[in-house]
Write a protein that binds this ligand. Structure first.
Ligand code: HEM
Length: 322
């Protein structure tokens, strides 16, 4: 090869490397911080553990934050941004207002991570790790979290209102919300198994316990005692999504659905004579199938439209853009 074709080959190679870097940036990887923040995972977990030790529900709240982040323009930490006089974030969107919680825990994790590796790890990735840790600590399955997301410099209250599924949804609406983000019907049913932990407010299940016929009458009766019929009063009174074990991550949620004991209208839609009944039956009788499908769903959800490469930023404080 003469020297001019050699240098042409080098230039071509360099261009190919740059192009492939561009596309591999679009990919998350489990070892993304292995050099830049080698103790990341062991820095995050104890903070999650101590928050859950203080209040077991917190694990559920953190898992939900990740869902509400990912479903709104991708897993980019947009949910974590506070409103200011000149910035409207997502925290006051209908699905989050008086409901999304656990932001202080994310702040505490971020502080610990900043001490260990300043300016390196995104809030979006911290949320992904904390959601996994929460699941594991409450007894759920473990998986390797793909990392390399960067933080949004924007947020959208309108997108939060439109993208997060409502508890009044019917089965087709649930399926299409998930499908729109590349998640299958099976992913939707598996991820809904998150409702084996955590709590819901009366305002979100009132219509079901007073008006619906697809609910076990003794559950409806029990829930009415702390959720008054008239809206306005008791709106924020809580009830467990899984009546038996709201701080244990297992497959009870599906067993409840089969017994018409889903708390939310949207929960019971998964077992109401439609196309997902068979998936619910499978998960209720085979916990391992549920666990592995849940993991697959979480990984897919974590892949939704991340900001990578030079897009977005690594926020210094999860509540505000730099
Ligand atoms: C399928 C559509 C879904 C709908 C309609 C839905 C709706 C809801 C509603 C209304 C609540 C109660 C909020 C409140 O009353 O303040 C809730 C709680 C919760 N959701 Fe979902 N959700 C869905 C899917 C998911 C997914 C995919 C996850 C996680 C991967 C998830 C995790 C949770 C958790 C853990 C809680 C309890 C939070 C706590 O106790 O703080 N949900 N959900």
């Amino acid at each position: 090869m003469d020297s001019s074709s050699f240098s042409k080959a080098i230039v071509t190679l360099a261009i190919l490397v740059m192009l492939s870097m561009g596309s591999s940036n679009a990919q998350l990887s489990i070892d993304f911080y292995s050099k830049s923040c080698p103790h990341l995972l062991s820095t995050v977990k104890p903070v999650v553990q101590s928050a859950i030790n203080k209040e077991a529900r917190m694990g559920a709240s953190i898992l939900r934050l990740f869902f509400h982040d990912c479903f709104v323009n991708g897993c980019d930490g947009s949910l974590l941004l506070d409103d200011t006089s000149s910035f409207t974030g997502e925290k006051n969107a209908a699905p989050n207002k008086n409901s999304a919680r656990g932001f202080e825990v994310i702040d505490n994790i971020k502080s610990a991570v900043e001490k260990a590796c300043p300016g390196v790890v995104s809030c979006a990735d911290i949320l992904a790790i904390a959601a996994r840790d929460s699941t594991v600590i409450l007894g759920g399955p473990e998986w390797d979290v793909k990392l390399g997301r960067r933080d949004a410099r924007t947020a959208s209250q309108a997108a939060a209102n439109n993208s997060i599924p409502r508890p009044t949804s019917n089965l087709n609406q649930l399926i299409s919300r998930f499908n729109a983000l590349g998640l299958s019907t099976r992913d939707m049913v598996a991820l809904s198994g998150s409702h084996t932990i955590g709590q819901a407010r009366c305002t979100n299940f009132r219509a079901r316990i007073y008006n619906e016929t697809t609910i076990d009458s003794s559950l409806a009766q029990t829930r009415r005692s702390n959720c008054p019929r008239t809206s306005g009063s008791g709106d924020n009174n809580l009830a467990p999504l899984d009546l038996q074990t709201p701080t244990r991550f297992e497959n009870n949620y599906y067993k409840n659905l089969i017994n018409r004991r889903g708390l939310l209208h949207s929960d019971q839609q998964l077992f109401n004579g439609g196309s997902t009944d068979s998936i619910v039956s499978t998960y209720s009788s085979n916990e391992n199938t549920f666990r592995s499908d849940f993991v697959a769903g979480m990984i897919k959800m974590g892949d939704i439209r991340p900001l990578t490469g030079s897009r977005g930023e690594i926020r210094n404080n999860c509540r505000r853009i730099n």
